[in-house]
Design a protein around this ligand. Sequence first.
Ligand code: ADP
Ligand code: ZN
Ligand code: ZN
Length: 682
Amino acid sequence: MGEDKTAMQVYADIVLPVPFDSFTYSVPASLQERVMRGCRVVVPFGKTKIYTGVVLRTHGQQPQGVEVKSIMEVLDEQPVVNEQQFKFWQWIADYYLCPLGDVYKSALPGAMKPHDEQALKEARRRKPNPLSQEGQTATDFPLCTLNEAQQQAYTEIETAFENKDITLLHGVTSSGKTEIYIHLIYKYMAEGLQVLYLLPEIALTTQITERLHRVFGDKMGVYHSKFTDVQRLNVYKRQISDSPYQLVLGVRSSLFLPFQNLGLVIVDEEHDTSYKQQEPAPRYHARNAALMLAKMFGAKALLGTATPAFETYHLARKGRYGYVQLTQRYLGVQLPEVRVVDLKEMRRKKQMQGAFSLPLIEEIRGALERKEQVILFQNRRGFAHFLECRQCGWVPRCPHCDVSLTYHKKTQMLSCHYCGYVTRVPEKCPNCEEPKLTDVGLGTEKVEDQIAQLFPDATTLRMDLDTAKTRSQCERIIQSFAAHEADILIGTQMVTKGLDFDHVSVVGVLDANVMLNQPDFRSYERTFHVLSQVAGRAGRRNSMGRVILQTRSADSDIITQIAANDYWAMFYQQMQERHDFSYPPFTRLIYVYLRHRDMDLLEHLAQDMAERLRRVFGVRVLGPDCPPVSRIQSLHIRKIVLKLEPTMGVGKVRQALVAIQHEVVAQPVAKNLNVYYDVDPM
Ligand code: ADP
Ligand code: ZN
Ligand code: ZN
């Protein structure tokens, strides 16, 4: 059918940046030749909006019962989304239970999706038409020679790839994993294949970029969410040109770039939780999605880390993945010595000055005297966790969210870390007029303050979401510290990521309990990951480093395991618990979230949905419950948990969930109910 195109009306299903799969538009006769699957089109939406969408398919079926609008304009001569990308988008939508429109929104750089006249003008000017590249021969390729242990690991990876598509490289920090990646990348590129090198979101520093750039020159493209729209557009353009980058170094969103002949995917720091996109949808896990992407291309995947995620290690042990180990640091640099300091005992003996125990103060003093550097880690930004009136107990809270506000001393502001609400610190307690509010809890800003009092001559840098909002701020801090322009770097989890400093001899963890006490079944695993990574920053090249680990749980197994860097003991013990309480990797979790302004109505609808779910999934359904933060931006939240056997078919589960959601939202009272899913939540 459809031979005589001009005689019949043609329609196109368009994916738009709104939470639906697609919308049908009619194609004006003048555009029929140009409206092709994978091309971008501009369409009217609602009463006044215009959107840029991507053509999913064209057909002759007139939609019934709705007014059909027409496509206004076609932006591309050639498709800019290829078949492989469509397949990948669909997988993300199916597996992570979200509409295609949400995937599209994440997948293309903003500059490719103009939604007003001005942006449209810009887009017309910069069409992503194929561009030809010249002189892109990489530099001379100055590869390091692998040492014996590295060479052996390299050979083992090659052997593993002969019959496994996925291999885990489990190597201590500084063992030369990156060096091995470089050799592998070289090999795949020499075969004319493309390589994707994934890094966690906040890790992409100049250090690794420069290191790879020295080897691969302009055959390498870098793709980062903190890049400008135009920079990201340029990488995208290049990937659909006839001379795409052979190597892409990028964060999770680089999975959505067009690839032509992907041969190898490397996921560095594969355990890192920032691979999971939390908000907005699609809430995908970039490591798992990368494995799917590799599979679609018949490519190999290498997962690298010093502390594998349980899911990964579990599958490697079961033989599903190849497994290669590196136990020696390069040049035999020793792992740091970890000293556990019992905060309870220190308090009792009055050996604390603010947040600092005497042993930590001594270590810092020693390092400063030897002209060495120090990193201090506290995984909470701001000055204090919150303010409190000691007279009446009043605590300033966010008017829109169910959380207390974080105190920032320098700016004398209180801020909500969930919705961004900020307000000035009140001059007195609004409840009882008490003039002084006490600060409770320890944030990086307070650490900095106390260091200034303890070591007035020491220079400090602070790295957290307040001081390092942009990529250039981030890089400036890192470069400055690397150049030894400051003695002490104070930071949140940001300081743990893939940084390699030569002069750091002491790392202080101010309070390990901040992470340990998170109400989450993964909190011990996560603390182990983060603290071994922080510890790895100490004494990388010149001398053995020292880590001072302050905690209120000095006798606990988990702290002992962290101090001894005993991954196996930690894994073994935690896996017992996961097994006994049916947590991943023994089950697959899906969280169902419901949001509504009206709490009573929400409660009713959540009960209703849980009941319907129980009719299908029985005891696998838990809840509904209030999540720890049960109101964000004035929307109340309820959560239903599904604990499924890993063998249960993804497609069947999806079908059942979609059907139940339709039943629930079809009720007139559920008009403004918002339902979404978090599959494999982190
Ligand atoms: P990892 O990725 O396991 O943390 P790296 O690859 O970053 O380890 O190696 C740690 C340090 O040792 C880096 O500075 C790197 O340049 C150096 N290095 C590792 N292997 C070699 C090698 N074979 N030749 C020269 N330098 C090496
Ligand atoms: Zn808020
Ligand atoms: Zn008060």
